[in-house]
Design a protein around this ligand. Structure first.
Ligand code: PLP
Length: 411
């Protein structure tokens, strides 16, 4: 177990993450691929271990003690997430496999029921493929039209263009809260307000926002909000879809099977209440419990200390990176999370990434599942350094020195 922190102390925080002691290619690991997945604190690892060692049973089904303990732990986890998100009810919090699964659930269930030929769904140029393809699929099936908000060179949404795309044909605006490729923090308050005025619903892809900021779904008045556990220090294969009660109640089930039913006969099946209606089959029980442990972990810190720490890393990394010859940062929005994407003139991102790996540095290279965004910038991909709670300025120094070496070697 980690000891509770009374204030944000980076040295103590680093002690909570055992993997940071690992060596890669004979060098101490510098982990800057947090946008892809974050590392896990000991408290999350312990909770998972304890669950399988002492509590493992299926939930919602058994009268025996272990099943009841597991059910209690899983439903407590849902309540932890409800409070973290500021949702009104725990049954508005659905467990999913992750962000991708949450968006597919809404596109399939809500989209199949509500989209008609000629209706419009608005997304943006900076969407992850998981917030493009499910909408393309349902729009194709229903004869609806997908519209795309363009961006400025800075990586900010063109809000004037958004205004002109919105109309009474718009039924859904589905957009990323924080861009995984650019770091841009989108003006979601404004988007939600304008979309609602036009009579449209809003889904926010929160995969990259929950790890960097506190989000309150009720204050935002967002209709659907989805994120993945593994990007916020929790396990893989589990995530959350928040949806407003009345919308979820009106939507048909996404998948059929055990636990989502009230009564099954061969003639007709009636469905369970929320949240179970959308949770068919045995879920990722330990995933949900581990995710709640991750949320407990981040919740012990003052959000403004975390934000200040990440802002410092972003500013420091932006300044030092900009001094490396040939580096061009992609995504220079005024409001950014601690994510820096860049290209180096004349060099392929994969080659740079490989040389960084040889020096123990984990960054992401490629299109980051945002191919249309890369096309917008006319590049095949970027090198992306994404920071988390446990990164420090020394990580940035080692990374930038290694990048300088890599650039010299490849030049
Ligand atoms: N949306 C964004 C902005 C992401 O960064 C990611 C993952 O990188 C996803 C969606 C998909 O998340 P997952 O693969 O956990 O479903």
């Amino acid at each position: 177990m980690n000891t509770a922190h009374t204030e944000f102390d980076i040295a103590l925080v680093r002690n909570d993450f055992p993997i940071l002691d690992t060596e890669v290619n004979g060098r101490p690991l510098i982990y800057l691929d947090n946008g892809a997945t974050a590392q896990k604190p000991q408290s999350v690892i312990d909770v998972i271990d304890r669950y399988y060692s002492e509590q493992n049973a299926n939930i919602h089904r058994g009268v025996h003690q272990l099943s009841q303990l597991a059910t209690q732990a899983y439903e407590n986890a849902r309540e932890t997430i409800q409070h973290f998100l500021g949702a009104r009810h725990s049954y508005e919090v659905l467990f999913t496999k992750g962000t991708t699964d949450g968006i597919n659930l809404v596109a399939s269930s809500w989209g199949r029921q509500n989209l008609n030929p000629g209706d419009e769904v608005i997304i943006s140029t900076m969407e992850h493929h998981s917030n493009i393809v499910p909408w393309q699929m349902i729009c194709e099936e229903k004869g609806a039209i997908l519209k795309v908000i363009p961006i400025h060179d800075s990586g900010e949404l063109d809000m004037a263009a958004f205004d002109s795309l919105l109309s009474d044909r718009t039924k859904m605006v589905a957009t990323v809260h924080v861009s995984n490729s650019l770091g841009t923090i989108n003006p979601v308050d404004e988007i939600i307000c304008k979309a609602h005025s036009a009579g449209a619903l809003v889904l926010l892809d929160g995969a990259q926002s929950v790890p960097h900021m506190r989000v309150n779904v009720t204050a935002l008045d967002v209709d659907f909000y989805t994120f993945s556990g593994h990007k916020i220090f929790g396990p893989t294969g589990v995530g959350v879809l928040y949806g407003k009660e009345d919308l979820l109640n009106a939507m048909p089930p996404y998948q059929g099977g055990g636990d989502m039913i009230e009564k099954v006969t061969f003639e007709k099946t009636t469905y369970n209440t929320l949240p179970h209606k959308f949770e068919a089959g045995t879920p990722n029980i330990v995933g949900g419990i581990g995710l709640a442990a991750a949320i407990d972990y981040v919740s012990q810190f003052d959000p403004s200390s975390l934000a200040a720490h990440e802002q410092d890393l972003l500013d420091y990394a932006t300044a030092t990176l900009s001094e490396v010859p040939g580096v061009r940062i992609i995504g220079t929005a005024e409001k950014k999370a601690s994510v820096i994407s860049f290209v180096v003139d004349g060099l392929h991102p994969f080659d740079v990434g490989t040389l960084l790996d040889q020096q123990g540095i984990a960054v992401r290279t490629g299109h980051h599942c945002t191919q249309p965004l890369m096309d917008r910038y006319g590049i095949p991909g970027t090198i992306r350094a994404s920071f988390a709670i446990y990164n420090n300025r020394s990580d940035v120094d080692v990374f930038v020195a290694a990048l300088g070496k890599a650039v010299d070697m490849l030049a």
